[in-house]
Design a protein around this ligand. Structure first.
Ligand SMILES: Cc1cc2nc3c(=O)[nH]c(=O)nc-3n(C[C@H](O)[C@H](O)[C@H](O)COP(=O)(O)OP(=O)(O)OC[C@H]3O[C@@H](n4cnc5c(N)ncnc54)[C@H](O)[C@@H]3O)c2cc1C
Length: 438
């Protein structure tokens, strides 16, 4: 090690979660020195850049409802009041559901919980849907292929008007700009943390420390060239967290799965443009972010590009092996051709023949209950497990990490609602299991 540096806090990971966290920590502890590091050459280049960047408050658990509703309101505040353009479009979310799904007790409970929390949604039947989206196929009668593919016919739609899409790089720019205005320490990019500095507490300088009978704490991180010491290390390392925690024998209880997006251009294809500019759901002429009833397939409107981003949250069948292979950021074209496309083209025949102009891969960092983790251990804090919805939860979880750091029993979220700061912890977790995962 050529040198050592000392800080109050080191935040590892400059994705949207790490940036928001660094910002609130610095805002509320102005005298602390905070070093933000990321192994990539710039901020927000990890899974944040790979996301569909859609935001919804339509969750079944009250925890996720609160995290997302307050974060979305903050996103609106950034754009409307602070005039920082995030290209946030309130195009809404539309869940297309079969009769069986709509009447399932879990969906009933989801709707009841949204009503109880004041989260707005509208239910449409298939005739209403067909009027608004003429190109939607709601009739699989006699379609043997659809049966073979286990595709459920659309009978209902659940539309959430307060949901939308944005540009994640702009949200990253906002938090980075606000953090750098306040911080005395310049963020460092292209710096990989190789390991955590786990030491005996107190250090006795015995050979082989820390020994089993000694208390232990994380006192910083090691990079290829330096030992960076800090009173607190915050891991906002998303899908890569286990690489740092496994070697010190700490189980993060999160796992990462590969997710992919495929870009379909609609320009000069009138039927696709008509679908993209669907009128009738919101004041904007835009199809909502739409989730199909079967196979986990969804698409997001991309108005700036005049197209769609198509994705899929498949479950059993895809390994929890994200970041184990070098090709994790590359999408698999056969996955689109053989898995996604046949489903998409059944529900929306206007996609027939549509081939991706671009594609990429990323990872979801899942927690067991699909609710994020935010907790404090000896010398380190962890914020991860955003389970595929970290853009829409970042602001709230960052405020929770900051409250935990300052020893506050509660965090105040944007809009004034409060959450116990240990609610997302591992040991005193107070959350409901989330069932509405895409
Ligand atoms: C295809 C896809 C679609 C998605 N769609 C949505 C969506 O519509 N809405 C939504 O809300 N969410 C979505 N997500 C999820 C969202 O992208 C994540 O939840 C969110 O980006 C997590 O933010 P983060 O800051 O925790 O992680 P990241 O952005 O991944 O940031 C973690 C950072 O840590 C850095 N890092 C890791 N290890 C080290 C180390 N050892 N040393 C230094 N730096 C390190 C990485 O380089 C990275 O920049 C999607 C994800 C994918 C992949």
């Amino acid at each position: 090690m050529s040198s050592t540096e000392n800080y109050d806090i080191i935040v590892v990971g400059a994705g949207v979660v790490g940036l928001a966290t660094a910002y609130y920590l610095q805002k509320n502890s102005p005298n602390k020195t905070i070093l933000l590091v990321d192994r990539l050459p710039a901020a927000g280049q990890g899974n944040t850049a790979m996301s569909a960047a859609a935001v919804r408050n339509m969750f079944a658990s009250s925890t996720n409802q609160l995290l997302t509703d307050s974060s979305i309101k903050f996103i609106e505040h950034i754009q409307e009041d602070l005039h920082f353009d995030l290209t946030f479009e309130k195009c809404g979310y539309l869940w297309l559901l079969s009769d069986k799904q709509f009447t399932d007790p879990s969906v009933k409970m989801w709707m009841q919980r949204m009503t109880a929390s004041g989260i707005k949604y509208t239910a449409y039947d298939k005739h209403q849907l067909k009027k608004i989206i003429p190109s939607l196929n709601v009739d699989f009668t006699g379609d043997e292929e659809a049966q073979l593919m286990n595709l459920q016919e659309v009978s209902y739609g659940l539309f959430g008007p307060d949901c939308g899409v944005l540009d994640p790089t702009k949200l990253v720019d906002f938090y980075l700009q606000e953090f750098t205005k306040l911080s005395k320490v310049k963020p460092r990019f292209g710096v990989e943390v190789k390991s955590l500095l786990l030491e005996a507490d107190p250090r006795l300088d015995l050979p082989g420390e820390p020994l089993i009978w000694q208390n232990k704490r994380v006192n910083g991180v090691r990079t290829a060239t330096k030992e960076l010491r800090a009173e607190t290390v915050v891991l906002a390392t998303d899908a890569w967290t286990n690489r740092l925690l496994d070697p010190i024998g700490f189980d993060s209880e999160t796992k990462a799965k590969k997710r992919q997006l495929f870009v379909i251009h609609a320009a000069e294809k009138k039927p696709l443009l008509d679908l993209l500019y669907t009128r009738g759901f919101s004041s904007r002429a835009s199809i909502p972010f739409t989730i199909l009833p079967s196979a986990g397939v969804y698409f997001r409107p991309q108005l700036q590009e005049k197209g769609f981003w198509v994705g899929c949250a498949d479950k059993v069948g895809r390994a929890y092996d994200y970041v184990q292979t070098d090709s994790y950021a590359t999408a698999e074209m056969a996955y689109y051709e053989n898995s996604i496309y046949p489903v998409l083209a059944k529900y929306f025949p206007v996609f027939q023949g549509a081939r991706p102009a671009n594609s990429w891969g990323g990872g979801y960092n899942y927690s067991p209950d699909a609710i994020p983790f935010a907790y404090k251990e000896s010398g380190f804090m962890v914020v991860n497990g955003t389970s595929g919805s970290g853009i829409m939860k970042a602001d709230a979880v960052a405020r929770i990490v900051d409250a935990l750091y300052r020893g506050q029993p509660e965090a105040e979220l944007f809009g004034g609602k409060r959450m116990p700061s240990n609610a997302l912890s591992m040991k005193q977790r107070k959350v409901e299991i989330e069932s509405v995962i895409i």
